[in-house]
Write a protein that binds this ligand. Sequence first.
Ligand code: NOJ
Length: 575
Amino acid sequence: MTQNLADASRPAVPAAVPAARTTAANDAARGGWWRDAVIYQVYPRSFADGNGDGMGDLPGIRARLPYLRDLGVDAVWLSPFYASPQADAGYDVADYRAVDPMFGTLLDADALIRDAHDLGLRIIVDLVPNHSSDQHEWFQRALREGPGSPLRERYHFRPGKGEDGELPPNDWESIFGGPAWTRTADPDGTPGDWYLHLFAPEQPDFNWDNPAVADEFRSILRFWLDMGVDGFRIDVAHGLVKAPGLPDLGSHDQLKLLGNDVMPFFDQDGVHAIYRSWRQILDEYPGARIGVAEAWTPTVQRTANYVRPDELHQAFNFQYLGTGWDADALREVIDVSLDSMRPVQAPTTWVLSNHDVTRHATRFANPPGLGTQIRTAGDRVLGLRRARAATLLMLALPGSAYIYQGEELGLPDVTDLPDEVRQDPSFFRQAGQDGFRDGCRVPIPWSGTEAPYGFGPNPGGPSWLPQPAEWAGLSVEVQTGDPTSTLELYRSALAVRRAQPALGAGTGVEWLPAPAGVLAFRRDAAEGSFVCTANTTGEPVLIPAPGRMLLSSAEAVETENGVELPADSTAWWAV
Ligand code: NOJ
């Protein structure tokens, strides 16, 4: 007997959209909504363009909120939409309390937050406390007022080394390439002090030893909490405090944006006092407002420090993101992640893609070991097959999962963008090595056969980065209702995750015996148990069927001897 399980023509779950999970009782039962939340990252420049200028905006996002509700996510994280000269796509903030006109107005933000709440979606906004824009009022005044200005104390201004101060104050390099210092001119035009910028020169680092900086950010937190946001994703959360004296590194390779080396400007113990003070503010507000650390640390154990009970709620698990499609490596990182978070009682998070790394469909299309900035398309069929499997594996793990816009469409990175259209500042920096982030930022295809594929209102209209012609076949419109599509796989997976309390909840997995290259684990809950199997090999593998199949990333075949798990596939089972 041969029987197809998870048959493409048979939806694995009822088509009905699950009810939002945001009731107070439901939140309490889950120990806090964020513990098992699926959080969808919207990159505002590229999600939906409401006014047709080629740039995504808040009204565009607002109009697409029902899509996100129907997808089945719990919360939406918005990358920065604040007033910004856009030297680093909005991660250079000139005014933390204003919306950049390219994205809309504060009224649009208010309407977006209200609509999201009405739909049962929570809103997390990005907070960028490590640096401001060089156009920020404080920095501009610091430049204008010259040496001795108290505003200079809010940043890291230093005299240069060398006879005429012509050398940078220390040997730190910018993560985007080149020195981490830029020399200023004094008000009379003569060369003056240098200022520190771990990223682009347009992003001067704040001096967090200055109380005015801490006061200002506490006030900014309150401003957005009063606007009704449910939390903050904290940019470069590990970078705010620098080692006293800003010591030289000695010789060192060019830093990587997503590296995890121990540095005098990363993961200093002093950052934790900041997060403890922020936690007190978050806790003043009703409804569990959360903080999520973007913290690149050498180990998951160090990451756990950011989510101790009196600090933030979640931290991104970049070690997981950096793990290849390999059963042993995945099992190890899953165990270490869960073990590290258990003592601090924080949920583990899982993430495969974001706006800084090559999309996982393209990472897995390439040979392992190339890192997270990949310039080659690789084997797309293989990449998508593995990406679908990796997503089902991620969504079966206990904790909170992050989805980056477009991964639900199986989008690959655009690896052949012409240099003229690129905007990533690190692409243009001297010795910049991580400058390929534009490839994962190309606007979303929603519908139609002509670019911008519904991203903007007008067929043939602009989009700030060009979309490949083949994206017409990957649009939301094309994939909707096609049970073989990646979009319907995500919809089904998120619906099953809601229907199966064992998914997402808890703090551990029970590993089951499995053939080489296959991961199998069990999760138990009062309502029933659940098994996840992931075949990371390039060959089908026969195993005894663990139970009743709920969902599979590829068509599994049941035979007299068991179930054949297709190459590079994940399946979910009710047992
Ligand atoms: C991390 C952000 O995700 C990235 O996009 C940005 O360039 C740097 N932080 C600097 O803000």
